[in-house]
Write a protein that binds this ligand. Structure first.
Ligand code: RAM
Length: 354
């Protein structure tokens, strides 16, 4: 629905842009791409390779959000006749992914897709992988840009941060205390969104909103639940908990739902419709946002195979095809943006099932 229409509109716009440019595809490998090794020339007409071995390494395995993401990757690799693999840690701590990367190098994968738990901790191993000829596609949570080829961003960082503040302000009725319940302190994606939240809160229109604290639930359900509880104990006047993580928002909603704060303290942030549906239905949560995580994995796989086929190198302006999602262009710093976030409310939540 909305998302499809938008994807269609974006594809149409790209086609028009291409037509306006006389149909030529510009591939300037000398302009700064995502990684430090984007020196090879891209050939947009190169054949799409089959049999590409792509391994997905999400932040953690026991997270429904990650499961949906990598499911999209598996679908895409099926379409592309590639080989899908999934590995990953059970916790999202900073260095938990390093040993998995090293094993993937030994196994001679063609592409590693990674949602980095820390932008720098994974860097030495990722660069060893790249030296060994493996392409690196960061998705969801970026690695430092000189140790991956491209980054699949779910939506622009700015749009996500703005949406979080917009929801918080509206739920707080324009003024009062808010707190953030984040994932891990090192997560590239949450930290980037929180930076935008802080910039937004500094604007005059949000002068009456006060950010009390940023708590970290480490994308662990129990820890997130306890941190939500702790926030209310420390800040009894809190009006809104903003949780930019699917694990945190579900845990915070569960806590508020079962406490005396139900109806008094709002919860918003980023969640999956299936995890949040009951809290939307019972009124604990009025609105939250997200994109379709399956599309991130899907787009990551198409980008990975385009890299492995030499169609792109990660330089700005390069174009590639992403199956049902249409055509995409690599942006500045090797970033490929999936699309705008969707806001879920009681009005539309039943149109989504993921
Ligand atoms: C959690 C993870 C993931 C993030 C979503 C919104 O599942 O932290 O990285 O993108 O929330």
């Amino acid at each position: 629905m909305t998302r499809r229409l938008l994807a269609g509109a974006v594809s149409a716009a790209l086609v028009l842009t291409l037509a306006a440019c006389g149909g030529t595809t510009k591939n300037d490998s000398s302009s700064s791409g995502g990684g430090n090794q984007s020196t090879a020339q891209a050939d947009p007409n190169a054949a799409t390779k089959t049999g590409v071995k792509m391994a997905f390494l999400p932040k953690q395995l026991n997270n429904p959000y990650s499961d949906i993401e990598v499911g999209g990757g598996q679908t895409a690799l099926g379409e592309l006749k590639g080989e899908y693999k999934l590995v990953g840690p059970n916790d999202a701590s900073a260095s938990s992914q390093v040993s998995y990367i090293n094993t993937l190098i030994q196994q001679q994968q063609d592409v590693i897709g990674i949602a980095a738990n820390d932008p720098n901790a994974v860097c030495p191993s990722l660069n060893q992988a790249r030296t060994a000829g493996i392409k690196v596609v960061a998705f969801d949570s970026d690695a430092a840009k000189d140790c991956r080829d491209v980054f699949i961003n779910q939506a622009t960082t700015q749009s996500i941060g703005e949406q979080l503040v917009k929801s918080a302000a509206s739920l707080a009725g324009g003024s009062g205390e808010i707190a953030i319940l984040s994932a891990t302190p090192n997560a590239t994606n949450q930290n980037a969104w929180i930076d935008v939240v802080k910039q937004e809160l500094a604007k005059p229109e949000y002068a009456n909103l006060k950010l009390d604290k940023i708590a970290y639930g480490n994308d662990d359900d129990q820890k997130s639940f306890q941190e939500a509880q702790g926030l209310l104990q420390s800040f009894p006047n809190l009006k809104v908990i903003v949780s930019p993580t699917t694990v945190g928002i579900a845990a915070a909603a569960r806590y508020i739902d079962s406490s005396n704060y139900k109806g008094k303290v709002a919860v918003t942030g980023l969640g999956t419709p299936n995890q949040m549906r009951q809290y939307i239905k019972d009124g604990t949560v009025k609105e939250f946002a997200l994109w379709n995580p399956a599309d991130i994995g899907y787009l990551a796989a198409y980008a990975g195979v385009a890299l492995a086929s030499g169609q792109i190198t990660g330089a700005e302006g390069q174009k590639f095809k992403a199956g049902k999602l249409g055509d995409y262009t690599v942006g500045a710093n090797g970033e490929i943006v999936l699309g705008p976030p969707t806001v879920f409310t009681a009005q539309n939540i039943d149109q989504f099932n993921f």
